[in-house]
Design a protein around this ligand. Sequence first.
Ligand code: B12
Ligand code: SF4
Length: 613
Amino acid sequence: MRAYVSAARDSFTSNSMSLSRFTQGRLATVKSMKTMFNLSETAPVFLIYPRLQNYSYKIQAQDRESLALGYLIGALESSAVEVNAINAELGDLSNDEVVDLIASFPNTRLIGISAGSEKVFPHVERMCKRLKGNGAEIHITTGGIFATTAYADILEQSTYIDSVCLGEGEHVIVELYQAIANGNRLDGIPGLKFRGQEDSLATTRSRISNLDSLSFPSRRDLTFMVSPEGPGVRKVKIATSRGCYARCSFCSIHEIFGNRLVQRRSVENIIQEIRYIIDRFAINRFSFMDDLFITPSTSGRAWVMSFCQEIVRQKLEIRFWIETRADTLDREIVDALLSAGMDSIFIGIEAGSTGVLKKMQKDVTAAQNLEALHLLRSTPLDPEDIRFGYIMFVPNMSIGELREQYEWIRRSGHCRVQTLQNRMNIYRGTPEYKRLKAAGKLREGPLGVLPSYDFDDPEVGVFERLFRAFHNRCVESVFSAVHDVQIRYISRRHKFSKPPRQFNLMSELLKRIEWIERDHYYRFFDAHFSGAKSEIARIEDATRDDIDELTPMISLLNNLIDQNDGGLPFDIRDEGSGKSSLRTGGLLIEWEDKFRGDDILHSSLQISPVSIR
Ligand code: B12
Ligand code: SF4
């Protein structure tokens, strides 16, 4: 469901984040890591979910659970194969630390590394080189969406990688280990490609049709997350289906499955897993990772309705997030989802211009996108919990369509700074990759580097270049402090146990700060589209003036982030009837609290003199 796009901020890094968060302040000795990840001296298989350096700051630690590792561990364990696993992203370990750790496990015979994205591949390659550089005679295999799409190039160019698993890995990893352990040839393993393989002997593996037959994913990550060293849990990842029927031009998920069939677990099987998680971890918040939670067919809708009814009937009282498309939503299904506990949703809107939607093969109209948004806004969902994907810059759009894209997202009321910068990423195997390649418009770099392209309409290309340059200058001169505080917030959020009033204040400050930045980019778009390009220098000057408005908010936010005890660094005046206020650094902050007993149930907030947009 998710469209992944590039934004200028992808390249933004912070020195403070280059330190390993969980390893800071403690000696991450091999011994402590062994204990922390419950590693066994005798396990012959070692699985790794690598860390994407310079990326971790973007994603909260609580969202880093890996279902890929979970399913592979589950499959190996159910075949009585002992397995060690490290999710470097979650453990906040550098990939070098992981390699050093593996060197102290001499019984390892097979290493499996997940290469789910193009971006992570250079890190995978470096790890393999170091692992083999230790002189170890270990078979290294890799899998995941990127590895599947690029297997031929990987085997040709990455000599440290011995084999690549294509598609779903549960059966392949077990059969690969068994072949290695028994000294058998690897030719007989459908879905495995290895160097030197005779093409005539390679066979593909068909998709797993009965997902209920799979072991539940191992929850080692979750066990670590709830441990004293772990970051805690926001929502537990769970998958009810695999695959998607749609054909969006930018999406690479079909590459893993080879077709557009949707396979779904039974409602009973999902509920069994949900019950297991509630009983074992006392967590009732879930994130359904399906590419498309609702398939808009009769059977797809019936599945969702029966799932929701069962959650209600069994009084499971869960809260959950789903990902879907606009054309799958209507009042009946949204009501059913809300009564079953849906508290947040992601919609793959992607475009507001009908022309762009067509070019994306989205098979959804701009009117349907708007309707879905209106429908969701009419529910009790917090607007912040209605998220969506939006690709502002698309290779074959016209300048008129870019304008439509901008106007739609601005009117939607859900525009973020990042949304305005999103440019379509071209992943291997996607329809857009094939189109651009056939047209000779793709510039491909080494493995793991996303290809670049020129826009079909030179005016779009000029606009994009000017906009990125403008954005970079604004960041350099003013907004770097904004980005620093945002990163500090994201990287520490998992440690906050702040009462509603403080938490509310932090969220509000973040929102306002982002609005100030976003409004400058609005002005850039407006000036460009109204033909007033000479205005741009003036907008940049105005950006610098904003520092006065931003500084007190940033410093208050920094102060709040530092208050680990959850308190406020200032005295709040109690003004009676649930009202209170605070004056600091030129800001007046006023709360109106609703109580249940002594507890604040809800706290609404005003910040002035900052104008509300
Ligand atoms: C959840 C998710 C995330 C989470 C990951 C959390 C986590 N720790 O797992 C977050 C939000 C962090 C994330 C980040 C990113 N993601 Co992401 N993500 C997904 C998503 C929606 C689901 C992945 C998942 O859990 N699937 C369920 C598991 C069970 O399936 P699986 O991962 O495919 O694993 C199976 C097989 O691939 C195989 N397998 C996988 N690894 C291995 C290893 C071995 C040894 C073997 C044998 C087999 C094997 O066996 C597994 C079981 O069958 C996918 C879309 C999708 N449908 O896959 C995108 C997707 C993988 N992400 C994508 C992208 C681009 C990114 C980012 C680059 C985004 C960004 N802007 O920076 C980053 C990169 C992060 C990274 N480290 O690589 C793209 C990758 C496209 C590409 N070709 O590069 C995808 C395909 C989305 C899309 N449609 O474009 N992502
Ligand atoms: S093809 Fe399916 S999973 Fe991919 S972006 Fe489109 S709707 Fe989402």
